[in-house]
Design a protein around this ligand. Structure first.
Ligand code: URP
Ligand code: ZN
Ligand code: ZN
Length: 460
């Protein structure tokens, strides 16, 4: 199969020019003016933006969590991602405390193998670092191509590791060329505040927010930054939300330390006033919680200052009936919110269209940096000869409204119901195949490939 895209306005993290793109098989074969290669299919992209497929490095599909499973499985989740211009996701495997990393990998493969429509990879969450798990790190990096290890400084009793385990894991991961991702909030402080609010009978979703004040994230971020500095292990803070936490990273730059930072689309555009309604606020119960308007300003500035390199989603959807598990107690509301399908359009509309970030920065944080940081560049994350033909054709002017009635995520509400968005994903190619066209998904489950990743560095 070959495809010729004519008159594309090609936007990468560094360039913006008009050209034709010739694709043969799974990869880009030529980029140039007036290409006349014979192709099985021609697409005229006049008036559209053409950028690399989005990469969302923070999603939770079909994940056992808080007594239930996230409601998008690998098929529905990766399909919804494609509709929204995201051609690859990185999902999280959770080790069960007391069990091996290998057992967790097998469990996750059981749910994901042959079920993905879009491309995918895994981060391995280490929840119990000991002499046995230590021996598994090298094999995961070198044989499985799983080079990033997630750690939780919160979710005490289920996922949280202590600092001793963190340091040990960092030393091992650094030795073999991997990277540590962290959910950086202070689990003990949060545990204390949750218990206090419950005893006081303060049980509405608002108290989820009030149990995780900014200081819990700032403190843990600083501690993680210091441990990463001490061990020399590359670090990546996931879903960073606030000024205090970003300042910990900013301070680290004074000693020439590089720390990767991800924020998520919701923290850039939603704020904590959404918790000031009754149980409706459960739609946005996620950890860390939404913050203040001043934090949104800090995050947008952080992107432009190069302190925040990635905008992801932390897509972890739960249907309303699942959210109702916590109707009488905020601590039982499954944490997470759906956004896998909305990230690229919302970031364009709220970021580029409103003048907060440039088009090149948009591609950098949504496509290119995730590929670079997580060991997939230049195969993924750019439009270049030899790269996978993962391509989004985007109409920057089309206006539409987001709604649960029209989205493809397996969840019966939207965190963005009725939002007016400028810019729409029109056509998506995944490894040289038309994946999305005319509002239809044209590829089936099983097409999505597990992408083995390369060793990482802290330089991008
Ligand atoms: O609320 C969230 N973020 N749910 C998913 C798990 C995590 O902490 O990333
Ligand atoms: Zn988290
Ligand atoms: Zn997450």
């Amino acid at each position: 199969m070959s495809i010729l895209i004519k008159n594309a306005r090609v936007v990468t993290a560094t360039d913006d020019y008009v050209a034709d793109i010739f694709i043969e098989g799974e990869t880009i074969k030529a980029i140039g003016n007036n290409l006349s290669e014979k192709a099985d299919k021609k697409i005229d992209a006049s008036g559209k933006l053409v950028f690399p497929g989005g990469i969302d490095p923070h999603v939770h599909l079909d994940m056992p969590f808080m007594g239930t499973y996230s409601s998008d499985n690998y098929e529905t989740g990766t399909r919804a991602a494609l509709f929204g211009g995201t051609t690859m996701v990185i999902d999280f495997i959770l080790q069960k405390q007391g069990n091996s990393l290998q057992a967790a990998l097998e469990e996750w493969r059981g749910r994901s193998d042959n079920n993905c429509i879009g491309d995918y990879s895994f981060h391995m969450a280490v929840t119990d670092f000991n002499e046995n798990t230590k021996k598994e790190i090298q094999g995961l990096i070198e044989k499985e191509g799983i080079v990033s290890f997630k750690t939780f400084m919160a979710y005490k009793g289920a996922l949280m590791i202590d600092d001793r385990q963190m340091i040990g894991l960092m030393e091992e991961v650094k030795k073999h060329g991997g990277l540590i991702n962290v959910h950086a909030t202070n689990g003990d402080m949060i545990d204390y505040l949750v218990a206090k609010h419950r005893v006081e009978g303060k049980l509405s979703p608002l108290y989820h927010y009030l149990s995780q004040p900014e200081i819990t994230e700032a403190e843990a971020s600083e501690r993680f930054v210091d441990m990463s500095y001490y061990t020399g292990c590359p670090g990546y803070i996931v879903h960073l939300t606030c000024e205090g936490a970003l300042n910990a990273v900013r301070n680290a730059t004074r000693r020439n330390q590089k720390m990767f930072v991800e924020t998520c689309i919701q923290y850039l555009i939603l704020d904590a006033s959404l918790y000031e309604q009754n149980f409706e606020g459960a739609k946005w119960v996620m950890s860390p919680p939404l913050r203040q308007k001043k934090d949104q300003d800090t995050l947008w500035a952080g992107i432009n200052q190069g302190l925040v390199q990635v905008v992801a989603t932390d897509h972890c959807p739960f249907k309303w009936e699942q959210k109702l598990m916590g109707k009488d107690d905020f601590s039982k509301i499954p944490n997470g919110h759906p956004a896998i399908e909305n990230r690229m359009e919302l970031l364009y509309s709220e970021g580029v269209n409103k003048g907060k970030i440039t088009l090149n920065k948009y591609v950098e944080v949504a496509c290119t940096n995730p590929a670079k940081i997580f060991g997939m560049f230049p195969r993924k994350g750019t439009i270049a000869v030899g790269s996978d033909a993962d391509i989004v054709i985007f109409d920057p002017n089309e206006k539409h409204k987001l709604s649960a009635k029209t989205h493809h995520m397996n969840v019966d509400y939207s965190g963005y119901e009725g939002w007016e968005v400028t810019g729409k994903v029109k056509t998506v190619l995944l490894r040289g195949k038309v994946a999305i066209e005319n509002n239809h998904c044209k590829i089936d489950k099983g097409y999505g490939k597990f992408i083995k990743r390369n060793k990482v560095s802290d330089k991008i």
